[in-house]
Write a protein that binds this ligand. Structure first.
Ligand code: UDH
Length: 280
């Protein structure tokens, strides 16, 4: 797939600082060691400029990229609270014009992360004129403020240097965790596949035609967790990756079907709970 570079907006209106320091406080703050501490109240208190429902934009400049941050979600409240606590200040320091969308899978059937991301795209475009979509797991936070939450000339892998893999890429084709697509890119690839149920593969199948931020900037921390019930590894997903090209046009945004169960505006995010069905 070839992406058209001229379609990429730049952020020339908002001044981007060239030499941000590593966002040290991220490495100093307590993470999930102290489970008594719930950071959501603190996050609300510290982010008065975020509108109800989780949208924020810089006051003194116009950001040319309008960013929807989409989080696939089920039963990870604690991680979400930590994520909000870290990420709202991070995104505001980067002068982002952004909205946070938590897309929750309703029911008990196998988790389908990629389909939830497609739902996030489909719902976010109804809300605001977003032109950049960043899909983020709820348990990953970047460790360096220079890792810009912006779209780029190609779909961008933003967190390939994870602490849990010793800051190394575990395998070449990895494309997951945090990825950024312009609207044009996402439409061009027809979104993610809807047919990856259970853990593994769904994002890796788009690894061709991507770019990666330099590995020191894209260092990220993953909150520790056990494999979730309903998201067990699905070995069939590995075989599906090889058929990605033949499926791409028919399986994705163009074939997306879901039912919205509820929309809830929270103080720092918008949650959309959806029924996305179950595997055949
Ligand atoms: N998730 C939930 N609830 C679940 C399962 C998954 O909210 O029950 C979401 C959540 O945002 C999570 C994401 O899906 O962060 C990914 O699931 P995971 O945390 O189990 O994945 P893992 O940390 O792998 O094991 C992350 C990426 C590394 C390899 C990517 C290969 N494509």
């Amino acid at each position: 797939i070839k992406f058209n570079i001229s379609l990429i907006p730049s952020d020339s209106y908002c001044i981007m600082f060239k030499s941000w320091p590593c966002f040290q406080c991220f490495t100093d703050l307590p993470l999930l060691k102290n489970k008594v501490l719930d950071p959501i109240e603190e996050a609300i208190f510290q982010n008065p400029d975020v509108s109800f429902g989780g949208h924020s934009k810089p006051k003194n400049c116009t950001a040319l990229q309008r960013i929807a941050i989409i989080i696939p979600f089920r039963n990870r409240e604690t991680h979400l609270h930590y994520w909000l606590f870290y990420m709202h200040p991070f995104l505001q320091k980067q002068q982002g014009d952004y909205g946070i969308y938590v897309i929750e899978q309703h029911g008990e059937s196998k988790f389908n992360r990629a389909k939830l991301m497609n739902v996030g795209y489909a719902e976010a475009v109804k809300d605001y004129d977003y032109n950049c979509f960043i899909f983020s797991d709820v348990d990953i936070i970047p460790l360096d403020l220079q890792n810009l939450y912006r779209c780029s000339k190609k779909p961008k892998h933003m967190a390939h240097s994870l602490d849990k893999f010793n800051f190394r890429l575990p395998y070449k084709n990895l494309f997951g965790g945090i990825v950024a697509f312009t609207k044009e890119h996402y439409l061009k690839v027809n979104g993610f596949s809807n047919t990856f149920w259970g853990w593994g593969g769904e994002d890796d199948e788009l690894f061709q035609s991507i770019e990666r931020a330099s590995s020191n900037i894209s260092r990220a921390r993953v909150f520790k967790h056990k494999r979730d019930r309903g998201n067990e590894r699905n070995l069939q997903n590995v075989h599906m990756i090889y058929k990605a090209k033949s499926r791409m046009n028919d399986d994705g945004l163009s074939s997306l079907k879901y039912t919205v169960i509820s929309f809830t505006k929270h103080r720092l995010y918008k949650k959309i709970t959806v029924d996305i069905g179950s595997p055949p």
